[in-house]
Design a protein around this ligand. Sequence first.
Ligand code: ATP
Length: 242
Amino acid sequence: MLSNSCVKVDHVYKKFGNQVVLQDITLEVPKSQIFGLLGPSGSGKTTLVKLISGIDVATSGDIRLLDVSMPKLEMMNQIGYMSQSDALYMELSAQENLEFFAALFGLNAAARKIRIQEVMELVDLQAFLKKSVASYSGGMKRRLSLAIALLHKPKVLILDEPTVGIDPVLRKSIWDEFTRLSQQGTTIIVTTHVMDEADKCHRLGMIREGKLIAVGSPAELKQQTGTNTIEEAFLYYEGVKS
Ligand SMILES: Nc1ncnc2c1ncn2[C@@H]1O[C@H](COP(=O)(O)OP(=O)(O)OP(=O)(O)O)[C@@H](O)[C@H]1O
């Protein structure tokens, strides 16, 4: 294991009944890296990030996060997890949602107040703090979910398609923040379908039918496939090269 390793996935399999959803995944992500997972719908990305977060358990193999074998309840404070479906209390305001999660993460009242302002500014929702989440658009709910994942300044951010439904301008500012966070030491694992986002990751893992078929920096993947864009490299690995 690398001394600066944050995530280590070792020969992991996941089955649902007879269906093998992840097959022999081995992967290491160093601290401070932005690692992107790319793959078609149903290839196993969500399943893999759930295993890394400790939300689900591998059928076999080992997953270590910051050198602790997962799943482990105590690690929840170190992780900011944003799922594909927003886990929000619709009948409450954004502020009440944030207060609830901040309390869960053990932030005291003073820290809570400052941090809620900071994360809401980041996702550009300050003006909607008091509004009921039920009145939020889909993109606003994604932004609030991201704000919640960032609340406790986790060491590891695990984000399942965080920018779906978010306009390009805000998407850029969110990615600028991811880059800033990684420079400050946060490790980020992100699933995406957006190719320009994939290009911003330090390294990418491409998944197809539950197998990790390529891992490398965007430049390496383009070089290995003789392509000019991540989209072309992705299509090459998908076996649909024209
Ligand atoms: N709880 C579950 N029970 C049974 N099958 C499941 C379960 N969760 C996922 N699967 C199956 O595992 C496979 C991989 O699903 P997963 O959600 O990990 O894919 P994905 O790559 O994240 O897809 P998408 O990009 O559409 O989100 C799919 O065939 C899915 O139907």
